[in-house]
Design a protein around this ligand. Sequence first.
Ligand code: ADP
Ligand code: MG
Length: 705
Amino acid sequence: MVTTAKLHSTLKEYFGYEKFRPLQEKIASSILSGNDNLVIMPTGGGKSICFQLPALLFKGITLVISPLIALMKDQVDGLNANGIPSAYLNSSQSAEENFEIINKLKKGEIKLLYLAPESLAILETLLQEIEISCIAIDEAHCISSWGHDFRPAYTQLGFLKKRLPNTPIVALTATADKATREDIASQLNLVNPNKHIASFDRPNISLEVRAAQDRVKQIIDFIQQKPNESGIVYCLSRKATEQVASSLTKKGIPAKAYHAGINHEERSKIQEDFIYDKSQIICATIAFGMGIDKSNIRWVIHYNLPKNLEGYYQEIGRAGRDGLKAKTILFYSYADVIQLQKFADSSGNKEVQLSKLERMQQYTEALSCRRKVLLSYFGELVEEDCMNCDVCKNPPAFFDGTIIAQKILSGIFRLQEKEPLGTLVDFLRGSQNASIYDKGFQQLKTYGVARDISWRDLQQYVIQLINLGYCEIAFHENNALKLTEFSKKVLFDKEKVRLTTVVDKPSKKAKTTKSSTSVANNSLFERLRLLRLQLAQEKGIPAYLVFGDAALKQMEKERPMSDEDFLAIDGVGKKKFEDYGYVFIKEIIAFQKEKVVVKKKKKTNKVNTIEVTYDLYKKGFSAEDIANERKLSLATIQNHYTKLYQEGYEINLHEFISKKELDLIKEAKIKLDNSNSLKAYYDYFEEAVPYDILKFGLTMLHKKK
Ligand code: ADP
Ligand code: MG
């Protein structure tokens, strides 16, 4: 049995995390007890640790089946960066490299081995010589033809249980639907698997839907407010990716297009530059992002409407994997709906696709918390509104739209239910264009009855009526609008219709972006980000494998300047501390110092007594020497030391106080209810701890907070 304490200490030591995310600990324990497990957790939920942590505690090797080379490489790099010896075997490697890895495996020098299902044959020869303690099947939905990324080679994985009946298997996926789930368990021959289904909620991701008018401009405004952040703009067509990328670039926002038409080599380069933080923005078709674990994507924009909620959720899920705030915006246009309907027409299971599209459309039209709509789609019912979507933040205002509805529905009737939305709106607004005049519609009753409403508002009202079921679109009749059963109630039975006002989302002005950029560049976060990039480039690994954004943010907030404080940052494990601790601490100290200098320069030009002390300290004088030299009391010099420390100078108080003393003072502080009186502490220790030590200790403890 592995204890909870052991799990926690291993988590901190190797991954640097203080706490488990929901279900991680339970899953790890269950794996370690030898059970089979099925894990359903959303993208970014933290599935990897569920098997990587047990891998450290098992005697033998953990075998990980993973579908994509890019994904394996990413994970193996990440593990090695944390000091966990790992490797992958695949066709992209030379025979020599493979040979070396196999040797290491035999010597027990590798804890996790990643394999693509296509390379499983290699295993058979290895099995005699290596011990496999656990098998993890990542992206397990690939086994199921029900799932959305079916990979034929995954279907062979059933043999693993037969070949190694006593080795626990854990299958992990973010695909929640029931058919896929059951398919996974049965095809892998799992034996009474423990099923763990995590909440699909990703509360750090904000949800917003905007009308598509001027979307390029809206996107530019949005990005200009968040320079230096990574983001993806998803588009439906290759052409759109290129157009958006070029519009952004023209505005001084470098962006790359990514789609299947670009040759393989260039595509990998674009993806790699993005992962490695060399470029920040990608305009891509939906395939982009599959199999990359980049944790610091701060926003995802859908330039076009996605075709279903599964896809949409997976795509926005690529934002904010590190758990920090991330933004998403979906641009809704009716033209996209039509386009997607056409796509559905030309492919197999049209009914299903259309009904999924309809759910997608309903989501964009939601008048209550969007997250509820989304989660209920995945079978998860939530009580509370999320307060992190546009509807929660800005609830729609309803008004009595009965008269407008009557006008619209009469219009449909007068046009004999043969015309599409655009023509109807033109007709009701009394437009004099060809689509009206050619057919003589200007002579019909109700022509021009809604002149007073803008084109766009009227179009939105028609869409609301469609969503409320008062009229519908006949996809096979040139998208003509038709009346429904419900129409009659409005036209003849005076049924009241509630509509919502069309709100113009004020696209916040992109004013003063320059200054906000420079502020951002001057922040400690920005400095640490650059340092991270530099280190990553030296090592040839993605920046987020050095430290994630969350860790940098915490460093910015807490300014750790001692080893101990630095180790307390979430995401700093033993190996990363050894590799990067020193340079980061140095950078933080340098930053603090510059700040102090700037502040001082502003204040006074007089010689600063504290700085004189600091100069002598730097030259290696002891506190007593400095006191003698400067003809000041020792207490004054000690006072200087604490001030210097508080102001962020590189001064090591650990020289004056032992860890044990610090711990005792910490304890006392709790007992004394955080008292500020030195005398209280002096008495507490029955005069055994001198005042200067107490003062140093309290200064350090205070700083830590
Ligand atoms: P998934 O495979 O479920 O999509 P990952 O395993 O890639 O998710 O984890 C997503 C992100 O969450 C990674 O950046 C990972 O380091 C981070 N993470 C995982 N577990 C924790 C934890 N307990 N505390 C903090 N961050 C975590
Ligand atoms: Mg994963």
